[in-house]
Design a protein around this ligand. Structure first.
Ligand SMILES: [Zn+2]
Length: 61
């Protein structure tokens, strides 16, 4: 047999009070304006900084 509950409702709810997801911080790409994460290359145009850019793979659809 197992105990019906080891953790009280209050203890469970206090623990889960910290489980909410935070909205990711988004910044606009200075080149194409699409929202992106800071310190990350742009998914849309591959822009990193200055003349540095990563090649963006074209998706066939
Ligand atoms: Zn961009």
């Amino acid at each position: 047999m197992l105990p019906a509950r080891k953790v009280s409702k209050a203890r469970k709810r206090k623990r889960r009070a910290h489980h909410a997801l935070r909205r990711p911080n988004l910044v606009a790409c200075p080149k194409c304006g699409v929202a992106k994460l800071p310190h990350v290359s742009c998914e849309n145009c591959g822009y990193v900084s200055g003349d540095v850019a990563l090649s963006v793979e074209e998706e066939e659809s």
